[in-house]
Write a protein that binds this ligand. Structure first.
Ligand code: SME
Length: 150
C-alpha cells in the first residue's frame, strides 16, 4: 500500500466515532501492517503538566518505557526540540533508550496542537537506515490529521 492510499485510510480511521485511543490504535495497526519496515508504532503524549511523556496506543513488542522524561532518549529529545528526529543507526546515538535489541533505526515526529508540542508518533525499525524524506512527509501528515481530533 503506498503513502497516498495510507493517507486516505488514516483520514477514514480518524473520522470514525470511536474513542480517541481506539482510533489512534487503528492508525498504529494500519502503519505497522502496511509498511514492511515499521516494526513498532506508537504514540507518546505529554503527561499532564509534567515534563515527561506517557505511552499511548501502540503496536509491537511491549515496552518498559511507559514514562520518558523530557530530554531523555530519542522521544525525550523531540519533546524539547519540537523537530523531527530520524536516527538511521540507533547504536550510534548516545542519548537513546533501547526497547528491544532487534531495533536498528527510529523516527519520531512531533504532534502540535495550537502550536504546542503535545506528543509524537514513534516508529522503530529492525531494518538499518530505512527512513526517507517521504516517511517524514507522510508521518507529518498523519500527525497533523491526529492533531485535529485531540
Ligand atoms: N527508543 C525510544 C524509547 C521508546 S521505544 O522505542 C518504544 C527513545 O530512545 O526515546
Amino acid at each position: 500500500m503506498n503513502f497516498e492510499i495510507l493517507k486516505t485510510k488514516t483520514q477514514e480511521i480518524l473520522s470514525s466515532d470511536e474513542t480517541i485511543d481506539e482510533r489512534l490504535l487503528k492508525i498504529c495497526e494500519l502503519l505497522e501492517a502496511n509498511i514492511d519496515y515499521y516494526h513498532w508504532v506508537g504514540f507518546y503524549f505529554k503527561n499532564g503538566k509534567k515534563n515527561e511523556l506517557k505511552l499511548g496506543p501502540y503496536v509491537g513488542e511491549p515496552t518498559d518505557h511507559i514514562i520518558i522524561p523530557f530530554g531523555k532518549g530519542i522521544c525525550g529529545q523531540v519533546a524539547v526540540s519540537n523537530e523531527n528526529l530520524v536516527v538511521p543507526d540507533v547504536a550510534a546515538q548516545d542519548n537513546y533508550i533501547a526497547c528491544s535489541i532487534t531495533v536498528k533505526a527510529e523516527i519520531v515526529i512531533p504532534i502540535f496542537v495550537n502550536g504546542e508540542n503535545i506528543g509524537q508518533i514513534d516508529i522503530d525499525s529492525n531494518t538499518p537506515d530505512p527512513f526517507t524524506k517521504e516517511d517524514e512527509r507522510f508521518l507529518e501528515f498523519v500527525c497533523k490529521e491526529v492533531s485535529k481530533i485531540l
